[in-house]
Design a protein around this ligand. Structure first.
Ligand code: GLA
Length: 682
């Protein structure tokens, strides 16, 4: 008996010790509350703005259906935040809803919670004014939690979404880590251009008879450099020092020219085809636009400085040549800023620039003297999206004025046109974007204002590249060309977030078959370098995301319009914008747009057929884990026989493969790309 008691005591003692050791070992002693706002919210990706800690995305107190919340995470769809729970969190709870700061709009969102990639909870579609919904979840054993806000199916306009009163009950943990495994350190892949001359950029150029001709031969290599050209048709001449070709061709025809450049280190030649006919913009326009950087703060001085930086940075030597002014060169209907106030038009109806611009012709001449081209912006409605005066009712007069000033590019933005669809200013001519798009789903209504301006531009005595901006409504890719458009936006405005760029990319395939020389799908401007819409900051895209962005815009044959402050180009951004082998994909004369032809998990493989019979392939990683694969499905990419695989960012041949029996080992960083060209070899 005695013996038994001692054994029992021992067992009890051992069990207690085991429990204590277990608790001490795991650190799990007591349940503990951790608030979501105590975590590093900067790991979140979201469609607009920055994550708000106890604040909305606009920095205001969190408020859902009139109820104020002290704590929480204010975000904007599409949004995702991942948290490492280590299996040691027992529950998560939050009150979710659309924030009250959005008035007079119709945002819709859906809040979702995923545990180890399985959907655990959804709020259903929530709209402005809906009372907060309680999300209350048991999470025992879950390693990774993802809080997602989707756009509710109607685009992410004004989708300000709050995870209010959000907290975790942990099993003794006193901190939790959010996850964003995308590396932050920039790294340079583009090799420096050689010292001897190399002629880069497009090899075809379209001009209409009678229009002024302007083309600056893009060539890298040491300066001084001397340029010449043989076979230039009568009417054109090249400046030997600058390589700028000017003049005028009176008759239609095709001319094969040999461009030459030489310096102390050597010489280079390149075949260049000039087509004088009906078509311009035979390869996608490349240049700069003021919007993503300066937005409403643009001025003639800033535009001219951008043009000079385009030359000084050497970007001109890689084919960059448009300097485009976006919104806010005109006077504004009711701005507080005096520099935007003044007569909208003169007594004869001619459009007047605001006081920040003054002499538009002088500005255009200065830009042309650098061998660059210049663009501007208007709307078919009475007001632009920013509230400056638009072209409604003055279309012909504006087209003539742009030509008289010497402009080469017009971006024409739907904006307030929704308010005047019936030909008369409606109740609210200030309405903007797709929200004003009542009636515009009818094809004729959608085409009309763009065709009108397109016809007037064609009547002008100079070539004006015509870029439609109406965010892809009514499948613009199917009719943009017949309205005279050279390019058209396919999607909503880009921002410098992964969610924005990813969603734009995923929407491009549907329009791909309509891209061709003279007609380009435009997924919007580039968000690399110092961007910020008047609020400058380094692009929030991670370095690998920026490689992916530039690679895909090149594969898509998209207009390449730099959106950053040209005077703040850092080495990493320059490396993104000066890789001539990558740019060559974009400027390929065949003008085909890549599509995604093969998907393996998060790996999306985009293929672009090139004029020389080769295939440019982007292996793009949309997931949160590095991809290492031995790729073998070449027939899916349309590639057969023996090929050389060339890494375009590194400008290096990497392997010769017999596609029928050999594999290619490919490593793709998280949110990054491996960009290759496959060319047949004998
Ligand atoms: C719209 C366009 C932008 C920019 C602004 C200007 O949002 O999509 O690219 O032109 O208008 O107000």
């Amino acid at each position: 008996m005695m013996m038994k008691k001692t054994t029992d005591m021992k067992l009890l003692y051992i069990s207690l010790l085991t429990v204590l050791i277990f608790f001490a070992g795991t650190g799990v002693l007591t349940a503990q509350t951790i608030w979501l706002d105590e975590l590093d919210l900067s790991a979140a990706t979201q469609g607009y703005g920055m994550a708000g800690k106890n604040k909305t995305v606009d920095g205001k107190p969190l408020s859902i259906a009139g109820k104020i919340f002290e704590r929480g995470f204010g975000t904007h769809a599409e949004s995702s935040l991942s948290i490492n729970l280590q299996g040691k969190v027992s529950s998560f709870s939050a009150q979710v809803g659309v924030d009250d700061e959005i008035k007079g709009q119709q945002p819709a969102v859906e809040f979702m919670v995923y545990g180890d990639a399985k959907k655990l909870w959804s709020s259903g579609i929530m709209r402005s004014g809906d009372e907060a919904k309680l999300c209350d979840l048991k999470l025992n054993g879950i390693q990774k939690l993802e809080l997602v806000v989707s756009d509710g199916g109607n685009g992410n306009y004004y989708d300000h979404a709050d995870w209010a009163d959000a907290k975790f009950e942990t099993l003794g943990l006193n901190t939790l880590a959010t996850l964003n495994p995308v590396p932050k350190e920039p790294y340079i892949l583009t090799p420096p251009a050689p010292a001897k001359p190399r002629i880069n950029g497009t090899s075809i150029f379209g001009v209409r008879p009678g229009s002024p001709f302007l083309f600056r031969v893009p060539a890298t290599g040491d300066r001084p450099m001397l340029f010449s050209a043989s076979g230039l048709p009568e009417g054109l001449q090249i400046d030997a020092n600058s390589g700028i070709i000017t003049g005028k061709l009176e008759k239609k025809g095709t001319f094969i020219v040999l461009l030459r450049a030489k310096n102390a280190k050597g010489k280079a030649e390149k075949k260049f085809k000039i087509t004088c006919g009906d078509q311009i913009s035979l390869t996608p326009p490349m240049g700069w636009n003021s919007w993503n950087c300066f937005a409403g703060e643009v001025s003639a001085e800033k535009v001219m400085r951008a043009a000079m930086a385009m030359e000084k940075s050497g970007l001109v030597n890689h084919g960059w040549n448009y300097i485009n002014i976006d919104d806010f060169w005109q006077n504004h209907r009711d701005a507080k800023d005096n520099s935007l106030r003044g007569e909208l038009r003169d007594k004869d109806g001619n459009i007047l620039p605001n006081s920040r611009f003054g002499d538009m012709k002088a500005l255009a001449d200065d830009v042309h003297r650098l061998g660059l081209k210049i663009g501007l912006y208007s709307s078919p409605g009475p007001w632009t999206c920013g509230g400056c005066v638009g072209s409604f009712g003055y279309e012909l007069q504006d087209a003539k004025k742009y030509a008289e000033w010497g402009f080469d590019y017009l971006k024409y933005d739907w904006c307030s046109y929704g308010g005047v669809i019936d030909g008369m200013p409606g109740n609210d001519p200030y309405k903007i974007g797709s929200l004003s798009y009542h009636g515009g789903s009818q094809l004729a209504t959608a085409v009309k204002p763009f065709k009108l301006m397109g016809d007037y531009l064609l009547q002008q005595p100079r070539d004006i590249v015509y870029s439609l901006c109406q965010y892809g409504m009514s499948d613009v890719w199917k009719w943009g060309g017949t309205a005279g458009g050279n390019a058209w936006r396919t999607t909503n405005d880009i921002t410098d977030t992964w969610t924005s760029v990813k969603n734009i990319i995923l929407a491009q395939d549907q329009s791909a078959q309509w891209a061709k020389p003279g007609n380009w799908n435009d997924p919007d401007m580039l968000v690399v370098g110092t961007v910020g819409w008047g609020n400058p900051h380094p692009s929030k895209l991670k370095p690998d995301e920026q490689y992916l962005h530039i690679s895909l815009w090149s594969l898509f044959s998209a207009p390449l319009l730099i959106g950053c402050d040209m005077e703040k180009l850092d080495d990493f951004t320059l490396n993104l914008l000066t890789n001539d082998e990558v740019i060559a994909l974009n400027q390929d004369p065949l003008g085909k747009q890549a599509t995604c032809v093969h998907t393996i998990g998060d790996l999306r493989i985009y293929v672009k057929e090139m004029e020389d019979g080769s295939h440019a392939v982007g292996f793009c990683n949309f997931g949160l884990e590095k991809i290492n694969i031995s790729y073998k499905d070449f027939e899916k990419l349309g590639i057969s026989g023996k090929v050389m695989a060339r890494d375009l960012w590194r400008q290096k041949d990497i392997a010769k493969i017999k596609t029928e029996k050999e594999v290619l080992n490919i490593e793709v960083p998280i949110h990054g790309v491996a960009l290759y060209k496959f060319s047949s070899v004998k």
